[in-house]
Design a protein around this ligand. Structure first.
Ligand SMILES: [Mn+2]
Length: 227
């Protein structure tokens, strides 16, 4: 667990790390392009993110872990987002802080971009094949953080990524986005495919969850009155 420290960029008090999140969305719902900007600076990682929900699949990603970059790049393309993401993490310790904190910050970027969440579908799922592998993902932008991850990967590394950290990424995302995130490899042979199929399924499930609900319009997709 990392401790947030004030970011280098001047942040208005109402948007600081201690501010109540549900009351400080980056923007209100509406018809425009939704963007989320996050600067997250701790003793372990320095992260900056510019996310566009209605993107063209354009990315500029650098985490220092090439396989993780590959996953974030295809996440951006399959989600039809735009993503500028840089993370300078303490990879000399190991990859844990980098992968977990990128998950948290990316989740926060979505939370900020979606504002009060009026007019979005809120939930989505996808079943993604990748050659011999099949993965599922289900996302609910419910305002509550919960996750379940089953990669079925048995090797310690895929490429240069410590594979156990895939779980930490999705846990971090669920916390940052205040979302329920469930991802699972149903079956497969290639460990590369298992992780990649999960990221693709997740991107496409999230794309649906973020998309605008033509039928409900600006109605909040909840009977509780707050998401
Ligand atoms: Mn690949």
């Amino acid at each position: 667990m990392v401790k947030l420290r004030a970011s280098k960029a001047p942040v208005p008090k109402s948007e600081g790390p201690g501010a109540p999140r549900s009351r400080v969305p980056n923007q209100k719902s509406g018809k425009g392009v939704r963007k989320g900007v996050v600067v997250r600076d701790t003793n372990e990682t320095q992260i900056s993110i510019v996310l566009t929900v209605e993107g063209k699949g354009v990315y500029k990603v650098s985490t220092g872990i090439r396989f993780f970059d590959h996953m974030l790049e295809l996440f951006t393309r399959h989600g039809a987002f735009d993503l500028e993401l840089t993370c300078k993490g303490d990879l000399d310790v190991d990859q844990h802080h980098t992968v977990e904190d990128v998950g948290i910050a990316l989740g926060e970027a979505f939370d900020r971009a979606l504002g009060d969440k009026r007019g979005i579908l809120r939930a989505g799922y996808f079943l993604m094949p990748m050659d011999e592998t099949l993965a599922i993902a289900a996302v609910d932008l419910s305002g509550r953080a919960a996750f379940a991850v089953d990669t079925k990967v048995k090797t310690r590394l895929v490429g240069d990524l410590q594979t156990e950290l895939v779980t930490d990424f999705f846990e971090g995302f669920a916390r940052g986005a205040r979302a329920n995130v469930h991802v699972k490899t149903m079956y497969g042979r290639s460990n590369h495919h298992k992780i990649e199929a999960i990221f693709k399924a997740f991107a496409r499930a999230l794309r649906v969850a973020c998309s605008r609900d033509k039928q409900l319009g600006e109605m909040l997709p909840s009977t509780k009155g707050l998401l």
